[in-house]
Design a protein around this ligand. Structure first.
Ligand code: PMP
Length: 397
């Protein structure tokens, strides 16, 4: 698989273990975007000339391909800049549609800032309250407490498919069923889920599923919001501008049909086309096999840490819900120092709060180090990280 990703040829010896932050890009995605700019570039939905029709065809073709992969309709598949923009869109627009003073939005304590802050902003605007499902001792969601927390005031529930810090799949089916029991709308933050699990929005039966292209082999600056049509139809626009209108007069405007109603301005056409190619790449993978590979590499690291690094604390014990991501905090090496030492050996890992400061506070650490194996990693990459960790321990002892 590594041969499909040109970054590894450009940097011989590179060990890239930060795929939860962003994935590397296969050649077919890069080539597809090059072809778009070289042969097909024009603005979409506007021109009456052939080149613009070509650009529109490949842009909309990409949407259709992604929609079909998600088992969604074209109307329900909205291009955004990424997960963050998709969640802000839902928070602002659905918030305006649904929220009244005293209503509640239920999240989990294990959310990325992108799935906390937009809800805090909108809750303040509408006099609603944000509540958080806590974790059990084993750092899985406390579903009993979740069942106690939902009530007739709960209007929206939003949670990650896979936590970017814990590397585990949340019990999304149970969470969605819980939301339905009180008639609350559901948003799944699929930023991590989309790269590791097959996503069928009809099987999930969520109201919204948000993800970023760059985590799933696509380019940055493009993402997708799946939304249930019956809600999207009733929701007010998120941004105003070109393409999202039906008619504009000096006295007011009316809105275009879905999905254009939520896509103001010239879209990221090359990004959308590149994301379509990324989805074609994913279609050629066996996601079950890929996940087993990532878990095997993660387990190899977990075993080695338990055997040789008693001062390194793992943030979670792997279980069947785990995707192989290893988040850890050392007793005397700051994660930034560890990451810097890794970098001198061409090993890229993530260090910091991972945009999950509330979770760091619960763990009682300012930051952690994170190793995220993916399909282009192998055992040698884990060995190289372990060697760097030994080096760091000697240096800081
Ligand atoms: N949610 C989760 C779980 C994430 O891992 C990320 C990216 N780290 C985001 C949201 C935000 O994604 P983006 O920055 O691409 O919008």
């Amino acid at each position: 698989m590594r041969a499909e990703f040109p970054i590894f040829a450009a940097h011989p010896g590179l060990v890239y273990l930060d795929s939860a932050a962003t994935s590397q890009k296969p050649q077919i995605v890069i080539d597809r975007m090059n072809r778009y700019y070289t042969e097909e570039n024009a603005n979409v939905h506007r021109g009456v000339y052939e080149l613009s029709e070509t650009a529109t065809r490949v842009f909309e073709g990409s949407r259709a391909y992604i929609a079909s992969a998600l088992n969604a309709t074209i109307e329900e598949t909205i291009f955004t800049r990424g997960t963050t923009e998709a969640i802000n869109l839902v928070a602002q627009s659905l918030g305006q549609l649904l929220l009244q003073p005293g209503d509640e939005i239920l999240l989990t304590v294990a959310e990325h800032h992108s799935n906390i802050v937009p809800w805090q902003i909108v809750a303040e605007r509408h006099g609603a309250k944000v509540r958080f499902i806590p974790l059990n001792k084993d750092r899985r969601l406390d579903m009993q407490e979740a069942a106690r927390m939902v009530n007739s005031r709960t209007k929206i529930m939003a949670f990650a498919h896979i936590s970017n810090v814990l590397g585990i799949e949340h019990p999304v089916h149970d969470l969605i069923a819980l939301a339905k029991s009180v008639g609350a709308a559901t948003l799944v933050d699929g930023a991590q889920g989309i790269a590791h699990l097959p996503v069928d929005v009809r099987v999930l039966d969520c109201d919204f599923y948000a993800f970023s292209g760059h985590k799933v082999f696509g380019p940055t600056g493009i993402g997708v919001l799946y939304g249930r049509k019956s809600l999207l139809d009733r929701m007010p626009p998120y941004q105003g501008g070109g393409d999202m209108i039906e008619k504009v007069t000096l006295n007011g405007s009316t809105w275009n049909s879905l999905p254009s109603k939520f896509e103001a301005g010239t879209p990221n056409i090359a990004g959308a086309v590149g994301l379509g190619a990324a989805f074609e790449f994913v279609k050629g993978l066996d996601l079950g096999k890929t996940l087993a590979h990532d878990r095997a590499l993660g387990q190899m690291l977990v075993d080695e840490i338990k055997r040789s690094f008693p001062k390194m604390n793992l943030m979670i014990e792997p279980g069947p819900d785990w995707i192989g991501l290893v988040t850890m905090a050392h007793e005397f090496i700051h994660p930034h120092d560890l990451a810097a030492i890794c970098d001198t050996d061409q090993v890229c890992i993530r260090a910091g709060h991972h945009c999950a400061q509330p979770l760091m506070e619960i763990f009682g650490v300012p930051a952690t180090a994170r190793v995220a194996p993916f399909l282009y990693n192998d055992e040698n990459d884990i060995d190289r990280f372990v060697a760097a960790l030994h080096k760091a321990e000697k240096l800081f002892a």
